[in-house]
Ligand binder design. Structure first.
Ligand code: ZN
Length: 323
């Protein structure tokens, strides 16, 4: 039974939009580009784990919670929690391909790719250890005592373990059901009702890691971003507003609603509000009147009068929007 799905696609969407508006020579370009690919790989990995839980069910009462962020003595984020009456399991998924080595003292994950290049990452062992400790503390605050196990789930089929983890079991995502079924269920810690109540409490305590606006999150000066309305066809900024809509002078593409996407990008990347001057500059409009028309057409929340009007987006709406 699945009670909480994932909401962590914001990071990827935000990084994708940020990458698109960062000039090639910008000092953060390479980092943002890398982070974008990592976020994408992470989502692929998570989808594989999600599919396993959609396909299989278990012959006992359980709850699956994806992407849970809680706080006890510190904030912590768990990819997937499998909760039963007997135990809880934290599944930490890794979508890394290549040769993996779990190094000790200090704990690090070493990945060697096909070309022999070696990268070092934070070890999932450390993440799981920390999560088990903090989740246990969180549960104790609510008077719940239940064994918590951790498992590393590898979601990339092109992975080879050269040095295994000495602390936690490492499994392929296809074997999640077998692994979970084989955990001994001898002592009931929660009755079914308590288990579901606990799941509800976890969901209501979840703190969404909403990463917008991206410039603030990554310490990027919004003035560094490329401005102009983006052409989805030829991937260049600078569409021009004409009577029939937004026109790309490069490829001829016409998009009547391209300004809406640009305003959405503003809120994702730059700020929680926009004014006429900012809109005019960001969309390359030639007059305050055109900017006013654009802003008024978008059903934004307004405050202030005439020239000082600022426009805000309903953040719930932006959070539910994908791109
Ligand atoms: Zn174009």
């Amino acid at each position: 039974m699945l009670v909480k799905t994932r909401s962590d696609e914001y990071s990827f969407t935000g990084l994708q939009l940020l990458n698109r508006r960062l000039p090639e020579m910008h000092e953060m370009k390479e980092l943002i580009h890398t982070k974008m690919h990592m976020a994408k790989a992470g989502i692929y990995g998570e989808v594989r784990v999600d599919e396993v839980f959609q396909k299989y069910s278990f012959p006992f009462q359980y709850v699956v919670l994806h992407d849970v962020s809680l706080e006890s003595f510190g904030k912590f984020q768990m990819d997937t929690v499998f909760l039963t009456q007997y135990f809880a399991v934290i599944l930490e998924s890794k979508n890394k391909g290549g040769k993996l080595r779990f190094k000790q003292n200090p704990s690090q994950l070493e990945r060697e790719n096909e070309d022999g290049k070696v990268d070092i990452f934070e070890s999932p062992e450390v993440q799981i250890e920390r999560n088990i400790y903090l989740f246990d503390e969180w549960l104790r605050l609510y008077g719940v005592k239940i064994p918590i196990y951790g498992v590393i789930v590898l979601t990339n089929s092109k992975v080879m373990i050269m040095e295994p983890s000495t602390k936690y079991t490492c499994i392929l995502h296809q074997t999640i059901p077998v692994f979970l079924r084989n955990i001994v269920r001898d002592k009931v810690c929660l009755d079914v009702n308590e288990m579901h109540k606990l799941a509800e409490r976890i969901v209501s305590s979840h703190q969404s890691n909403f990463p917008y606006p991206m410039c603030e999150r990554w310490g990027i000066n919004p003035n560094d971003l490329l401005t102009g309305v983006y052409c989805e066809k030829c991937k260049v900024h600078g569409m021009v507003k004409k009577k029939n809509g937004w026109n790309c002078l490069r490829c001829g593409h016409v998009d009547r609603l391209a300004h809406e996407k640009a305003i959405y990008e503003w809120f994702v990347l730059v700020g929680k509000s926009i004014n006429n001057r900012q809109c005019k500059r960001f969309l390359h409009l030639n007059s305050p009147q055109s900017a006013l028309r654009v802003l008024k057409s978008m059903n934004l929340i307004t405050s202030g009068n005439s020239k000082n009007t600022i426009y805000k987006w309903d953040w719930k709406e932006i959070a539910s929007r994908k791109t």
